[in-house]
Design a protein around this ligand. Structure first.
Ligand code: SF4
Ligand code: SF4
Ligand code: SF4
Length: 891
């Protein structure tokens, strides 16, 4: 790092070349007042409070826009500087309401702080009064522009950081104000309610509704998605009252709407389960913990290993997943243990395992912003992983090329250099077509392939079936666009591939994943910063649940059940004899339950009644011999159970989550469990102990982590004391190891990266005359999975309160369907009713739905066809027809 030396207020200061005078002063601990500068934003120079005197320079330049230079002599507190600052603040205060005591930002207001610093105590200028209407339309925060000091931070955050641009500085002179583009309500704009503008507003103009200051804060990790944003829970009177982003986290302080506004309300929701329930005479009735646990223990003891299954939870901590899979294996003697990774990224584990030897994100979140090219395929990043979406925005602002491959015109398309709207289910053809161009045009990295990979010739042979005419025919994407995508990806290194469930949830999901790995290896875009193949994991701890062995074929650390030496290692550690046969996957467990082969299930934090494909047969779970559900709410699935065990939420327990970039992070207990709920790890250990098993006498999750590290090589160096200083990315095999931000740097996990030849396989159910449309499914920004949590947050329901069937205007016109009309979406497996949203976002022939709404349970109609390797269902493609509700659609 090149440094310079300058003098500020007589103090010699060393600074990085390229910083501003303000940054140099701040780094040296010298305060310069400012209201418009922000470390997250480009210098702006609007408030003129950071003016300084610089020897040899005329006037009073703003420190925030003046580059620091070697030998510069700066004075920050001269009489001339202070006089101008004083007047500036007096003018701001003259134009500002004076009701500080009742202002929601009282004592957190930067204008108050600057006025106090400058000693502004008297009103010298005539008070002006603005009477702008207050915008209370957003369910989470209000916008009172009478308090606005026009610092522009909200506008710049929304544009520079979010890439949303919902607001702008409109009008001129005294009429200047922040406005949406039609000067209407924020709720009617394209605002995504992230609250970043609120977090950065220096005054009370943007304020969270009914905000109260917390009396203490606890650092923990967001419980929603796999990004794993660092958050502080604000606590007051032992209640969680708010959330703010942790600048030390992967999110660098940013949060999305769910993380910022969707947490406190669900923790204290009146429908939280607070006591165990036992079904008596057909009704779930309250019971004591002893009654419930004894019943569960005595019942589970009756089933043979082949008759029982355990469903673990990607919402639970690593420690909890560890004890849950240990209970399955040690106490119940079965490997029938799985979790929802089967439904989202089982193909990632299988596909990247074959190609690289490790089925995880190869690079780190904060490298994405420095990529030269991003290929975002099968990921609606700004909706499903919003804070990773910010990295994509950052990369584009830095000049990166963005290729979006997605059938739908998702938000990222606005930023893209190239949009490939391929037909759902044709990803292998699209990627192989790109690779064919790369090989034909000599854009491949032959040296990398030669040194680091194997099986290239066989792979190259398989490219012969993917000439661009063929690929255009399969994908519907013009061949020149495929060629352009290939050239952009291959020639703008470092290139990073981001993908999510648009790649994985197919009957050929494993092939899709392998295709992304082939592409990265072909161009040498792996093992270097800002490159790689980056599966964006869904649930907060789906990575950890996989890592900790909540899978039917592997123990913690992906150590195979079927390998005798590994089994012996776990037998020695756990003091038991272990079942040598890999168990059933999640999809197979439910199928076997419907066939009455599985007779008892212990299910933790899952809601298969809404999440499984062809979900109506999940009703059969209530016919099982014995069904235990452990959750924080009485989900649609819990309503079918024989015993319901009330679990504590993430805010009420200690532990760790592992985010999508393999970073193990602390979850910290902030409040006592609500009611008589208990942490999942405690409940599972109690069941095991009541079944007479040893090795479950943990008193704190840190002890469980101790056992995990002793048996899981990639977690070997992780401990709570190390995690107190931030997260650690696995592999982290020893206490001295710093963690691994980038995988496969010198060798692939499996040694050489393996090219796998691929062929095109169509989706299992394609449109025909009876079911002429393709249904593809995904998520809304405002809800989470089956809505068990987010549907209980009022504001999120205001922002999105019901299922919407997105349909292209051309299809809507053909069917005579109007925007907002209720329609029936019918597949071979059933039908659901939901409201039509006529939009160009969906291409002709494709309709889109989420799976968040129990009133319109989309997974009744999705196709349960499985990928033969990963056993993941084909949620992304099934054939449907749409009829107007109550009458047949005209043709
Ligand atoms: S909440 Fe987010 S999207 Fe909405 S205006 Fe503020 S920064 Fe922009
Ligand atoms: S609303 Fe707040 S952040 Fe936006 S310009 Fe006004 S004072 Fe600045
Ligand atoms: S991006 Fe994910 S982890 Fe971050 S705040 Fe939003 S839901 Fe939470």
């Amino acid at each position: 790092m090149e440094t310079i030396r300058l003098t500020i207020d007589g103090q010699e200061v060393e600074a990085r070349r390229g910083v501003t005078v303000l940054e140099a002063a701040q780094a040296a601990g010298i305060y310069i007042p400012t209201l418009c500068s922000d470390p997250d934003l480009e210098p702006y120079g609007a408030c003129r409070l950071c003016i300084v005197e610089i020897e040899g320079m005329r006037g009073l330049p703003p420190a925030c826009t003046t580059p620091a230079a070697d030998g510069m002599v700066v004075h920050t507190e001269t009489p001339a500087v202070n006089k101008v600052r004083h007047t500036t603040v007096e003018l701001l205060i003259a134009d500002h309401p004076s009701d500080c005591l009742t202002c929601p930002k009282n004592q957190q207001c930067d204008l108050q702080k600057v006025a106090a610093y400058l000693g502004v105590t008297q009103q010298r200028f005539r008070k002006t009064t603005r009477l702008l209407p207050i915008d209370t339309s957003n369910p989470f925060f209000d916008r009172d522009l009478n308090y606005c000091i026009l610092c522009g931070k909200c506008v710049r955050i929304c544009d520079e950081v979010l890439g949303v641009g919902a607001i702008t500085l409109a009008f001129r002179g005294y009429a200047s104000k922040v406005a949406t583009f039609d000067d209407g309500l924020l709720l009617d704009s394209n605002c995504v309610s992230c609250g970043e503008c609120v977090a950065h507003c220096p005054v009370g103009a943007l304020a969270v509704k009914d905000a109260k200051p917390p009396t203490r804060e606890v650092a923990t990790t967001c419980p929603y998605c796999g990004v794993g944003c660092g958050i502080y829970l604000g606590i007051r009177h032992e209640q969680v009252i708010g959330v703010r982003g942790n600048r030390e986290g992967v999110n660098k302080g940013s949060l999305c709407v769910k993380g910022r506004f969707g947490i406190a309300e669900f923790i204290h929701h009146p429908e939280r389960l607070t006591t165990p329930l036992i079904r008596r005479n057909g009704e779930l009735t309250e019971a004591s913990w002893d009654e419930a646990l004894d019943l569960v223990a005595s019942k589970l003891a009756k089933y043979s290993p082949d008759e029982v299954a355990v469903v673990s939870s990607a919402k639970c901590t690593n420690e909890e997943n560890y004890v849950i899979q240990k209970l399955a294996r040690v106490v119940l003697g079965t490997n029938n243990v799985d979790h929802c990774a089967r439904l989202c990224h089982a193909s990632t584990v299988a596909g990247l395992g074959q190609s690289f030897g490790a089925g995880a994100m190869t690079n780190s979140i904060n490298e994405i912003g420095d990529a030269g090219c991003i290929l975002a395929i099968g990921t609606n990043t700004t909706s499903a992983h919003p804070v990773i979406g910010l990295q994509v925005v950052k990369a584009v602002r830095n000049g990166a090329k963005l290729i979006v491959a997605n059938p739908r015109q998702i938000d990222l398309v606005r930023l893209a250099d190239l949009w490939l709207s391929h037909k759902p289910g044709t990803d292998v053809a699209l990627l192989m077509g790109m690779m064919r161009v790369i090989v034909d045009e000599g854009l491949l990295d032959s040296a990398f392939i030669e040194a680091r990979c194997e099986n290239y010739d066989a792979f190259k042979e398989s490219l012969k079936s993917f000439d661009l005419d063929t690929v255009e025919g399969i994908t519907g994407v013009a061949k020149d666009r495929i060629a352009e995508a290939a050239r952009i990806y291959a020639t703008n290194k470092p290139s990073s591939i981001l993908y999510a469930m648009g790649i994985t949830q197919h009957s050929h999901g494993t092939d899709n994943v392998i295709a992304t790995a082939n592409l990265a290896m072909l161009t040498g875009n792996i093992g270097q910063p800002s490159t790689g193949v980056n599966p964006l994991r869904g649930q907060n701890n789906v990575q950890g649940a996989c890592d900790l062995g909540a899978l039917p074929n592997v123990y913690p650390g992906y150590q195979a059940v079927a390998i005798p030496a590994i089994r012996e290692k776990f037998e020695a550690a756990w003091g038991c004899s272990l079942n040598p046969s890999p168990g059933l996957t999640l999809t197979e467990i439910f199928e076997a339950a419907c066939q009455r082969q599985i007779k008892a299930i212990y299910l933790v934090g899952e809601n298969p009644v809404l999440s499984e494909p062809c979900a109506h047969h999940m009703e059969e779970l209530k016919e099982m011999d014995f069904f235990v559900v452990q959750d924080i709410f009485l989900s649609e699935t819990a309503q079918l159970a024989d015993v319901v065990l009330p679990a504590a939420s993430f805010a009420e327990k200690d532990g760790t989550f592992t985010n999508t970039e393999r970073r193990v992070q602390r979850v910290r207990k902030a409040i006592e469990p609500v009611g008589d709920s208990k942490p999942d790890w405690w409940i599972t250990c109690q069941i095991a102990r009541r079944m007479g098993s040893q090795g479950f006498d943990f008193e704190h999750p840190s002890q469980i982590m101790g056992e995990i590290t002793s048996l899981t090589p990639s977690y070997g160096g992780i401990s709570y004391s190390r995690l107190d200083n931030g997260g650690l990315q696995w592999p982290c095999p020893t206490e001295e190891h710093p963690g691994t931000p980038i995988l496969h740097t010198r060798l692939f996990t499996r040694g050489k990266g393996r090219f796998v030849p691929l062929g095109y396989k169509p989706s299992m159910e394609l449109p025909d005359s009876e079911y002429p449309l393709i249904l593809t499914t995904g998520r809304s920004l405002f809800h989470w999975h089956t809505g068990t949590i987010t549907r209980r947050v009022k504001g999120l329901n205001i922002l999105r309160g019901e299922e919407l069937v997105e349909i292209n205007p051309e299809d809507a016109s053909t069917l005579g369907v109007a925007d907002g009309e209720m329609v029936r979406v019918i597949s071979r497996r059933g039908e659901v009713v939901a409201k039509a949203r006529v939009t160009e976002v969906s291409p002709v022939g494709v309709v889109f739905m989420t799976f968040h709404f129990a009133e319109s349970p989309t997974n009744i109609i999705t196709n349960p066809a499985l990928d033969p390797v990963a056993k993941i269902p084909e949620y992304k493609v099934c054939a449907v027809r749409i009829e107007r509700n109550g009458s047949s659609a005209r043709s």
